[in-house]
Write a protein of this length. Structure first.
Length: 583
């Protein structure tokens, strides 16, 4: 077996393999690379020692059985056993479901999560979006402090567990998307700096020194991250990747790393003969993220639309703190603009940022390239107590949110448990073995929210195992009301979406939106009319001229009344309810 490692500053590199040491040789064809061939069985433990230093895990390790500070284990992806070969699903027409392996079930494993996949298939989900599964210190955590971008967290089930999960998902007709983090690594167990200039002080991020995408040595760092992305898609048969916080990728090179990555993914898709896609999380409000590379864009296939989330959240909750302030000044305008046009600011002034922000999207842009959602792990978990919308909204208002997300113009995404209005919070939790780091995280979290008026004792301790336990879904809820009714509502809306091609195709300009001052909202797209009344009383919703008589009610949260009076059609919509009509 060939062992390789990039260590450009080392004078001597030794392969430690199953208790034996093997000197490595410089690769004459690749500057900074070392190699050695040695017999190794599946699962053999190994690492690299630089200049007589301690043995460290392989930066490209596929498995870390003892955690980020332990030795690597040999994994041969060609030995993965696959039982399912399914038609591959593209992003257009998808309904995504964001899922955290560690709290989707109390067991917190791939195998336990796979046991719940029939629920998602019956719901009508097309793709499961897994939060990060790379190794991090301890057992439980969100995964955004991962330190080994090529490996799989062992407590979840390791590489074999991920293979079983993806295989089971594909057998159930579900695609799998993985959330990957390229903008930083976690604070504990990160051994990359010992090997080479993976980070640079040229730029600084909220996590410290930036990943080196443009300083000396950055060619190999970019190749390292691109290689990791391609390995997930190729070796684990994933359908796509979600790229965390791409606005934090500092890169001044003429060809941005994201354009380089999207080109490599498109080339892999062509070689494999199946669709692959990249979804960006971006705070920039920039259409260049998804613009074609030929048009000097980055060529990603979609991006999260936080502006739509913020407008919807503000309209339903009335919250106005932090970044919600931009949307609370005129919530009707904000909701109408984000539903019809994608981004809210479009180069306008953001009061939260104190400056102009964003650029307008081309109305001809495919609407499915934006993801729309009412809740995500960020928007729930980064609140002081991790409270979901269900903690403060009635079932009727949750039904209103679902109608706009699932029958709106964007590719919809649900956060796990949202489909039944889960009452379990989703809180920030960690499991750092280092007591100093654990205390720093605990203190920092409480200090952060104290600045917003929260008492320290009310902010959950991230290190307390009970914080993770509270965040696990309660799978008995869907059998009880009002959860059962909300679940059926989500099933109905997803079925309508899948049966209506006009909802899942076409440009942004195909959407017509009207929002009144009291936030009664009418969205027309694909031959359907979605009417939402979030007010405390009934609303008369005008539907235009007769044109064939009363429209057909396809779904309604509560019974509605249709009328045609004097040639004008209208819908009487009860308080806190929504309806979907054809015609």
């Amino acid at each position: 077996m060939l062992f390789e490692v990039w260590a450009p500053e080392a004078q001597r590199v030794t392969l430690a393999l199953d208790g034996h040491e093997h000197p490595m040789a410089r690769d004459p064809a690749r500057t900074g690379w070392w190699h050695r061939t040695a017999p190794a069985a599946e699962g053999a433990r190994y690492g690299f020692a630089l200049d007589g230093g301690p043995v460290l895990p392989d930066p490209r390790s596929r498995r870390l059985p003892d955690g980020p500070d332990g030795l690597s284990a040999v994994v041969d992806p060609d030995r993965f056993v696959w039982r399912t070969d399914r038609p591959w699903a593209p992003l257009a027409g998808a309904v995504l479901y964001e899922l955290h392996i560690g709290t989707f079930t109390r067991e917190g494993t791939f195998d336990a999560a796979a046991g719940r996949l029939p629920h998602l298939a019956e719901l009508g989900i097309t793709h499961v979006e897994l939060m990060p599964v790379c190794p991090f210190p301890g057992t439980h955590g969100w995964g955004y402090d991962g330190v080994a971008p090529w490996a799989v967290h062992e407590p979840y089930g390791g590489p074999a567990g991920l293979v079983r999960f993806v295989d089971a998902a594909h057998a159930a007709g579900l695609g799998v998307v993985l959330d990957v983090v390229h903008n930083h690594l976690g604070p504990s167990g990160n051994h990359l700096p010992a090997f080479g200039p993976y980070f640079t002080d040229t730029h600084h991020t909220p996590w410290g020194a930036a990943v080196n995408l443009d300083a000396p040595g950055s060619d190999e760092v970019r190749a390292y991250l691109t290689g990791s992305a391609l390995a997930w898609l190729r070796d684990y048969r994933l359908d796509g990747l979600r790229l965390d916080a791409v606005h934090a990728l500092a890169d001044t090179r003429p060809k941005h790393f994201l354009a380089e990555l999207s080109g490599a993914v498109d080339a892999l898709a062509a070689r494999l003969g199946r669709p692959l896609f990249l979804i960006a999380e971006s705070d920039l409000g920039d259409p260049a993220t998804t613009a074609p590379r030929e048009a000097r864009g980055q060529g990603l296939h979609a991006q999260w639309n936080d502006d739509f989330h913020h407008a919807l959240h503000t309209a339903l909750t009335g919250e106005s703190q932090g970044y919600y302030a931009d949307f609370a000044a005129d919530p009707a305008h904000a909701l109408a603009k984000t539903l019809a046009g994608g981004f809210f600011h479009d180069g306008g002034v953001s009061s939260f940022r104190g400056r102009r922000h964003g650029r307008p999207l081309d109305p001809a842009s495919p609407a499915h390239r934006l993801l729309g959602y009412a809740q995500t792990h960020d928007q729930i978990g980064n609140r002081a107590v991790g409270d979901r919308l269900s903690a403060r909204l009635s079932p009727g208002l949750l039904a209103c949110a679902a109608a706009l997300v699932l029958c709106g113009p964007f590719t919809p995404m649900l956060f796990m448990g949202e489909e039944w209005g889960a009452r379990t919070p989703w809180q920030y939790f960690t499991d750092h073995p280092d007591p100093d780091l654990a205390e720093a995280v605990r203190t920092g979290r409480r200090r952060e929210f104290a600045a917003h008026g929260w008492a320290a004792e009310d902010v959950p301790d991230p290190q307390d195992p009970a914080t993770r336990e509270r965040s696990c879904l309660d799978w008995t809820e869907p059998t009880r009301e009002p959860h059962r009714a909300l679940l059926e509502w989500h099933r109905t809306l997803i079925a309508l979406r899948r049966a209506t091609p006009g909802l899942t195709a076409g440009p942004l300009s195909d959407t017509d939106v009207t929002v009144t001052g009291d936030l009664v909202t009418v969205v027309r797209r694909g031959g359907l009319c979605v009417a939402v009344n979030p007010t405390g009383g009934p609303a008369e919703v005008p539907l235009g001229g007769p044109d064939g008589g009363p429209p057909e009610v396809l779904a309604a949260w509560r019974p509605v009344e249709l009328s045609v009076t004097g040639g004008a059609r209208s819908l009487r919509l009860p308080a806190e309810s929504a309806a979907v009509l054809r015609g």
